[in-house]
Design a protein around this ligand. Structure first.
Ligand SMILES: C[S@@+](CC[C@H](N)C(=O)[O-])C[C@H]1O[C@@H](n2cnc3c(N)ncnc32)[C@H](O)[C@@H]1O
Length: 248
C-alpha cells in the first residue's frame, strides 16, 4: 500500500475537527433511519464499514447485539475505542480486502461518502464486491453517498472556518475529465503560519453508473432517497442514499 494515498493522510487528527458538524446527533438520526429502512433487530449482525471514530457505533450498540466497526485509520479507531460501548468489535482493515467470511452480516452500512476513494475504477468496484461477499443472501445495505448531480456543479469554491486559534481554508473543485471531486484543505495557525495541508479526492459516480456497479455485484437497489428525512432524490438533494439487498 502506498503511504502517500490521500485517504491515509486525510483521516487523522484534523478530520474530526473539520467535520465536527457531522456529529452524534446526526449519527443518532441516521442509525434510526438505518434500523427502520433495513429492519434491523436485536439479533442482526451489522458491519459499519468505514466507521471512522465510531459516531454511529454508540447508537448501533443499543439496537443490535453484534456490530463490527471497520476502518483503516488507526487514529480514528483509537478514538472509537474510547466510546462507552459494550457489544462492538473494532477492526482495522481495508474495504478492498475485508477480513470476514462470506455470508457473515445481515447488514452493511456505509455512512457519509465512504466510497469512490480509489483512483482505479476496479478498486472502487472491489469495495462493492467485498460488501456483497460478506453479506448473507437477503442481507441489506445502506449506501450514503454525495449527490453526483450537485457535486458536478462545483467549479471552484473556497470556504473558511475557524477552530480555536486555527483557520481552516477549504477549496473544492469538480474535474469533469477525471470525474473527481477534489478538496484541498489548508490549516493555518492564527491565520499566518501554515500548519498543515492535504487533499481529499472522491470519484463521482452517477446514479446510473452506481446502479450498474451494484447490480453486477448481486446488490439489488430497493429504494433511493435524497436525505435522511426520506425526501425524494432530485438534482438538489443533499445526499444520495441507496437502500438495497443482496440476492443469490
Ligand atoms: C468520510 S469518513 C466517514 C466516517 C464515518 N462513516 C462517519 O460517518 O463518521 C470516511 C472513513 O473511511 C475510512 N477509510 C478511508 N479509506 C479506507 C479504506 N481503504 N479502507 C477502510 N476504511 C477507509 C477513513 O479512515 C474514514 O474513517
Amino acid at each position: 500500500m502506498n503511504h502517500q494515498e490521500w485517504y491515509i493522510r486525510a483521516f487523522e487528527k484534523w478530520y474530526p475537527i473539520i467535520y465536527r458538524h457531522r456529529d452524534s446527533n446526526e449519527a443518532r438520526e441516521q442509525v434510526e433511519f438505518a434500523c427502520t429502512e433495513l429492519q434491523l433487530h436485536k439479533d442482526s449482525k451489522v458491519l459499519d464499514l468505514c466507521c471512522g471514530y465510531g459516531r454511529h457505533l454508540e447508537f448501533l450498540d443499543k439496537k443490535v447485539s453484534f456490530t463490527v466497526g471497520l476502518d483503516l485509520s488507526i487514529y480514528l479507531l483509537n478514538r472509537a475505542q474510547d466510546l462507552n460501548v459494550h457489544r462492538i468489535s473494532l477492526v482495522r482493515g481495508d474495504v478492498r480486502y475485508l477480513p470476514f467470511f462470506s455470508y457473515t452480516f445481515d447488514a452493511v452500512l456505509v455512512f457519509f461518502t465512504s466510497f469512490g476513494y480509489f483512483k482505479r475504477h476496479e478498486e472502487n468496484i472491489q469495495q462493492l464486491e467485498q460488501i456483497s461477499y460478506v453479506l448473507k443472501n437477503g442481507g441489506k445495505f445502506l449506501f450514503d453517498y454525495l449527490n453526483p448531480l450537485q457535486v458536478q456543479k462545483i467549479k471552484d469554491i473556497e470556504t473558511e472556518k475557524k477552530y480555536k486559534s486555527y483557520v481552516i481554508k477549504e477549496n473544492r473543485c469538480y474535474n469533469e475529465k477525471t470525474k473527481e471531486l477534489k478538496k484541498y484543505v489548508r490549516i493555518y495557525l492564527n491565520d499566518s503560519k501554515q500548519e498543515d495541508s492535504y487533499t481529499e479526492i472522491v470519484k463521482v459516480y452517477s446514479l446510473d453508473e452506481l446502479i450498474k456497479m451494484f447490480s453486477s455485484n448481486k446488490l439489488n437497489i430497493q429504494r433511493i432517497y435524497g436525505s435522511y428525512q426520506k425526501d425524494r432524490y432530485t438534482d438538489d438533494s443533499p445526499r444520495l442514499i441507496i437502500i438495497g439487498s443482496k440476492h443469490e
